[in-house]
Design a protein around this ligand. Structure first.
Ligand SMILES: CCCCC/C=C\C/C=C\CC/C=C/CC(=O)SCCNC(=O)CCNC(=O)[C@H](O)C(C)(C)COP(=O)(O)OP(=O)(O)OC[C@H]1O[C@@H](n2cnc3c(N)ncnc32)[C@H](O)[C@@H]1OP(=O)(O)O
Length: 289
């Protein structure tokens, strides 16, 4: 992967992104884990997460997402709307089968590095980004949403970072992305309680920007958001965003391999495996009730 393309013409040196020297290789073209639809008239790209049934985030999905982000940077799209093509779920977060039972070190490290990479590409994208949260967005699903610049959400779904209740501490770059969206005390409360908020609650505290009732409305609101930048030179907009987000980006860029190692150690601890295992079992059992 050519990381220097990631932050084009930007003041964040691309050498920082080369730290792990990982390469993009489309892993799953046949599975079509990400669908991309570019509207030639408006220049807006609609990117749909498409890993049925609940868009759990796997290594292959992260790799494909990074490839798509590279393509959109190359195409110089006017804006991106990120949504789901699964019914009722935006994304159910990290694929728990990547974490349990006892993943191999090699697979987990690759998984985590591509998760980081996806976040870096989304958080630092030169084009404006909207998350259309058209379903539940717990944990890693919420991370995707808060990494975009603007959030629209359908009613009656849940969003939040529910790591703490299952004994897990969200990593610092995730906390930083939340802090960038919510005023400090609300961000801390959301993280420490691990509560999933319904759409109205999420709107009331500012986690999402607008509630929309259907996809048509979401596309119209996205268009309005993108139009606010029509008279701003693209490069100035991109650099302003990237410099504004630079501290958050640097926190991860400087610590990528230690962040991966730290989470590998955490995930492989027998206590953590036990917690994740019983959480996963409870998810499966819920269906039987
Ligand atoms: C828990 C360990 C976390 C370890 C994290 C480590 C570090 C944290 C650091 C950084 C922060 C960012 C990372 C966050 C961590 C995560 O994202 S972990 C994943 C957390 N996700 C959840 O808690 C959501 C779990 N899912 C649900 O609540 C529901 O599935 C849903 C999304 C609300 C949808 O409900 P619905 O009724 O429509 O569907 P089902 O529940 O029947 O699910 C269908 C099918 O899919 C399986 N499944 C659901 N979610 C996941 C998942 N995340 N990974 C793998 N598989 C999943 C579910 O078990 C069903 O399977 P089936 O019974 O075999 O059909």
């Amino acid at each position: 992967m050519n990381f220097s393309r990631l932050i084009k013409n930007c003041s964040i040196p691309s050498r920082w992104l080369l730290a792990n020297n990982i390469r993009y290789q489309s892993s799953s073209a046949a599975q079509n884990l990400i669908q991309v639809d570019i509207n030639e008239e408006t220049g807006v790209s609609v990117v749909s997460l498409n890993r049925k049934p609940v868009n759990s985030l796997s290594l292959e999905l992260f790799k494909d997402f990074c490839g798509v982000m590279d393509d959109l940077e190359r195409e110089k799209v006017r804006g991106m709307v990120l949504k789901s093509s699964c019914d009722n779920v935006f994304s159910s977060g990290l694929d728990i089968t990547e974490l349990y039972p006892n993943p191999s070190e090699e697979r987990f490290e690759a998984f985590w590095l591509w998760f980081q990479e996806s976040w870096l590409k989304l958080y630092a994208s030169s084009f404006p980004t909207v998350a259309f949260v058209n379903g539940h967005a717990p944990a890693g699903g919420c991370v995707f949403a808060i990494s975009c610049e603007y959030r629209l959400m359908l009613p009656y779904y849940k969003i939040g970072l529910n790591e703490a209740p299952v004994g897990i501490v969200a990593t610092e770059w995730v906390m930083n992305s939340l802090r960038a969206v919510l005023p400090g005390k609300n961000a801390e409360r959301l993280l420490t309680s691990g509560r999933l908020l319904d759409t109205q609650e999420a709107f009331d505290i500012g986690l999402i920007d607008q509630i929309v009732n259907n996809e048509e409305e979401a596309m119209a609101r996205s268009e309005e958001f993108f139009a606010t930048f029509d008279n701003v030179p693209k490069l100035a907009r991109a650099l302003t965003k990237q410099v504004y987000r630079k501290n958050d980006l640097n926190q991860l860029i400087k610590n990528r391999s230690s962040d991966a190692k730290q989470f590998l150690n955490h995930i492989l601890r027998p206590e953590t495996q036990k917690i994740i295992g019983s959480y996963f079992k409870s998810l499966k059992d819920r269906k039987k009730d």
